[in-house]
Write a protein of this length. Sequence first.
Length: 112
Amino acid sequence: MKYDEWSNLETKKDKDNPLTDYYIYPSGEMFFVEPAFYTQLNFLKVLYPDKLPEIIDEMERIVKRAKKVIFCHDYEHPLIQKEGFIYIEINDVTDPLQIYVEDKSRGSDYGD
């Protein structure tokens, strides 16, 4: 799967991870974006449309620094698993920018 936010970058297929292509910067750094992470990013587009460029820039800084990154929904249970890559969740990107989204999902109070 290719995403418009990184259409300027080279993409490649990974036979071990058919869910999404990975992106490569001209300087060699590479990253994957799991579909669930992209869903979270789209949610942020709705909540903070003016902050999207800042979020994308922070993602780029992370990739440039770490070299091999998987942007995932849950680092403890990633869909894409690659040796030598680090796992980054949406809060790892947004918290340093002081962009916060309260996670109100929790267990049901019914039946107590």
